[in-house]
Design a protein around this ligand. Structure first.
Ligand code: NDP
Ligand code: MG
Ligand code: MG
Length: 340
């Protein structure tokens, strides 16, 4: 098994003497800033005036502009939306980086696809919590943590790995497990997971199931419960005990149906399509499409999003959830997702 590191394997002194700038105070930003601060590190947050700025001030953290925060820090963690990072990096971060500083990320996209090209004299590392920012914060407050991946892309000081590990420990990941990866592996697997399984694969599976039932004349409400609502219960069982644990809890009829029908729905043909998706990620074709889409202000993203939101499963779901007050929308639920 790959080596998993925990708190007792990690020295944090190397980071204790440094100042850490957290650029961005959204899902990941607020969690990193507050967890690091409470772990005893020296943190400044870099932002523009606005909603996040006000929240950070309210939370009692030191807030500066992105340029000012970068200029006074030794470690600069970039937690801006991936698609805005290149511009803000060029304008406000790069001019304020000093040789010997570290530039850090929570996802490898911009480094791996060369949208951010760091100068030679700085360390570049990644600490990617494998969970949404609000869980990174909540579990830390509870005394636990979310596992994280770390990677070193550039080691100018000879200390990049030590700093990355100390950082990961500071956000609480050393309580749950820290694994080494590369920028390439983190970027490609993260994109593949969210496209083929977690987000894309799942939403398409749910919609296809719902449409199959409603097109056959079954009530949309019943189809919603079967194909969407019950998913959470199944996923929770898988999370706790893997596929075996889930299968232990379902009826033998459901398990037999799982064995004989699952592979008819998701089959070799589906896997061939998954391989194509992975290929487009590996060649940079997916990244190119997404970068260009952002450059022209997201016409397709906006159109598809609007169309998706009018699907019958969404309409019936909104009505049914109104009647189930216990199915509460979490605060900040937009970011309460496994993928990022
Ligand atoms: P969010 O969208 O939640 O937050 C972005 C933050 O950046 C906000 O505080 C926003 O502030 C700020 N910001 C945006 N534009 C600017 C600007 N021009 N100048 C200054 N600040 C700005 O991002 P996430 O936390 O989701 O993602 C951050 C990184 O973490 C990404 O690389 C992502 O891939 C990665 N990641 C995210 C995960 C998640 O759980 N969401 C999980 C693992 C990794 P404002 O209020 O002013 O807009
Ligand atoms: Mg059933
Ligand atoms: Mg992602």
């Amino acid at each position: 098994m790959t080596k998993v590191l925990y708190n007792n394997n990690i020295q944090e002194e190397v980071l204790k003497t440094k100042k850490i700038a957290i650029i961005g105070y959204g899902s990941q930003g607020h969690a990193h800033a507050l967890n690091l601060k409470e772990s005893g590190f020296n943190v400044v947050v870099g932002l523009r005036p606005g909603k996040s700025w006000d929240k950070a001030v309210q939370d009692g953290v030191d807030v500066q502009t992105v340029a000012e925060a970068t200029a006074q820090a030794d470690v600069v963690m970039v937690l801006l939306p991936d698609e805005s990072q290149p511009k803000i990096y060029e304008e406000s971060i790069k001019p304020n980086l000093q040789p010997g500083n570290a530039l850090a990320f929570a996802h490898g996209f911009n480094i791996h696809f060369n949208q951010v090209v760091p100068p030679e004299g700085v360390d570049v590392f990644l600490v990617a919590p494998k969970g949404p920012g609000h869980l990174v914060r909540r579990t830390f407050e509870e005394g636990a943590g979310v596992p994280a991946l770390y990677a070193v892309y550039q080691d100018a000081t000879g200390k990049a790995k030590d700093v990355a590990l100390a950082y990961a420990k500071g956000v609480g990941a050393g309580r749950a497990g820290i694994l080494e990866t590369s920028f390439q592996e983190e970027t490609e697997t993260d994109l593949f997971g969210e496209q083929a399984v977690l987000c894309g694969g799942l939403t398409s599976l749910v919609k296809a199931g719902f449409e199959t039932l409603t097109e056959a004349g079954y009530q949309p409400e019943v189809a919603y419960f079967e194909c969407l609502h019950e998913l959470k219960l199944i996923v929770d069982l898988m999370y706790e005990g893997g596929l075996e644990g889930m299968r232990y809890s379902i009826s033998d009829t459901a398990q037999w149906g799982d064995f004989v029908s699952g592979p008819r729905v998701v089959n070799e043909e589906t896997k061939a399509r998954m391989k194509e998706v992975l290929h487009d990620i590996q060649t940079g074709d997916f990244a190119k499409g997404w970068i260009l889409e952002n450059q022209v202000n997201r016409p397709q993203f906006t159109a598809i999003n609007a169309k998706e939101n009018t699907h019958q499963i969404e309409k019936v779901g909104r009505e049914l959830r109104e009647l189930m007050p216990f199915v509460k929308k979490q605060q900040n639920s937009k970011k309460e997702v496994v993928a990022n």
